[in-house]
Design a binder for this molecule. Structure first.
Ligand code: UT7
Length: 329
């Protein structure tokens, strides 16, 4: 029997502090009506000072271990998809292993912006399928409030903080990850970037606090690429696996914009009740959106359900994953 990598537990962690559209109206020239109609976002969560991505990730690991009834010592590997690691190094994965007591685990961070969770999931899959690991936790999460300027209305209304993760284990029942299509095109860098802070443009005393040190997005261009590519790659994975809209039980889309989600669902021929959408509550948590949806919908997912995950983000990076859900909660 072929071994596949299956999700066997999910957990999420969002900060308590809510930043609503009306809060943002007091900070920048925006309004609730614009934000809701253009994006679908009503509020987002923001960490309090001192809370880091490794704190949220540690909650995720502890929650997963509790649900699955295992010790953190049994975890072989923790991989984290993020663009807002606690530090440039050591990796947030290393910090989470330490803080959660997963001291037998190794791992690293993966940078793929909003596709971070999918990239990480497919990376984790390889370690399960090869037989090298039995238990891999993959986490997607970002503290976007640490890199967004709350003076820039183009970006600050969109992003929020949060993290989610899943446990991957071997499955011999025919469930788990079936197929994936992953893409990248670095020519997208000019449209969505945090320019400063890397070796090409280090932060120094001259540029600290300038727009280059925060997220820049040319929204309209990114929208066009996102709406086309996320819908195309989702349709492609359905075609490749002979799936119709009827066959797909759930679409779990990256939550960047309600209009992009709707376009993807329409292209796939899905009714709205099959689409996980929580953008109104959390905004765009970058790598966090997909696992946070899985966490919220975990009780509704049934063993054998056909689930398609889809994302598009900075890089550009994008992709879709087709999996068969492996358990009933
Ligand atoms: O997650 C990773 C990938 N990212 C995405 O997929 C995001 C893709 N892009 C988008 O979701 C949308 O482009 C945005 C939500 C970012 C922007 O929506 P839009 O419909 O593309 O608006 P726009 O940028 O074309 O701006 C329309 C107008 C402009 O005013 P003028 O030039 O028409 O007078 C903007 O200045 O809205 C203005 N505007 C705002 N008004 C009120 C821009 N931001 C705001 C704001 N509040 N926050």
């Amino acid at each position: 029997m072929n071994i596949s990598a299956a999700i066997t537990a999910v957990h999420g962690s969002v900060p308590e502090k809510v930043l609503s559209n009306s809060d943002l109206e007091k900070m920048v020239d925006t309004n609730d009506e614009w934000i809701v109609t253009r994006t679908g976002i009503k509020e987002r969560r923001i960490v309090s000072e001192g809370t880091t991505l490794s704190d949220l990730g540690t909650d995720v690991v502890k929650g997963i271990c509790e649900k699955r009834g295992i010790s953190p010592l049994e975890i072989d590997m923790i991989i984290v998809g993020t663009v807002t690691s606690d530090h440039r190094f050591p990796s947030t994965s290393n910090l989470i292993c330490h803080k959660s007591g997963a001291t037998n685990a190794w791992g690293y961070d993966v940078s793929a912006a909003c596709s971070g969770f999918l990239y990480t999931l497919i990376t984790g899959q390889q370690f399960i399928v090869s037989g090298q690991c039995k238990k891999v936790i993959v986490i997607g999460g970002d503290i976007m409030s640490s890199i967004v300027s709350y003076e820039d209305r183009n970006t600050c209304v969109i992003f929020g903080d949060g993290a989610g993760g899943v446990l991957l284990e071997p499955n011999d029942e025919g469930n788990g990850i079936v197929d994936s299509i992953m893409k990248a095109d670095g020519s997208g860098k000019d449209y969505l970037i945090q320019k400063a802070g890397g070796s090409a443009f280090p932060v120094n005393k001259e540029n600290v606090g300038t727009p280059e040190t925060f997220v820049y997005q040319e929204g309209r261009s990114v929208f066009k690429f996102a709406v086309t590519n996320m819908a195309d790659v989702s349709a492609e994975i359905m075609e490749k696996n002979n799936l119709t809209g009827e066959d797909v039980d759930w679409l779990v889309p990256h939550q960047a914009n309600l209009r992009i989600i709707d376009a993807t669902a329409n292209r796939m021929g899905l009714t709205k009740d099959k689409v996980m959408i929580n953008i109104s509550k959390y905004g765009n948590t970058t790598s966090g959106t997909i696992p946070l949806c899985l966490w919220e919908w975990e009780n509704q997912l049934k063993k054998g359900d056909n689930v398609v995950l889809a994302a598009f983000g900075g890089g550009f990076t994008w992709g879709s994953v087709y999996l068969k859900w492996a358990y009933n909660s």
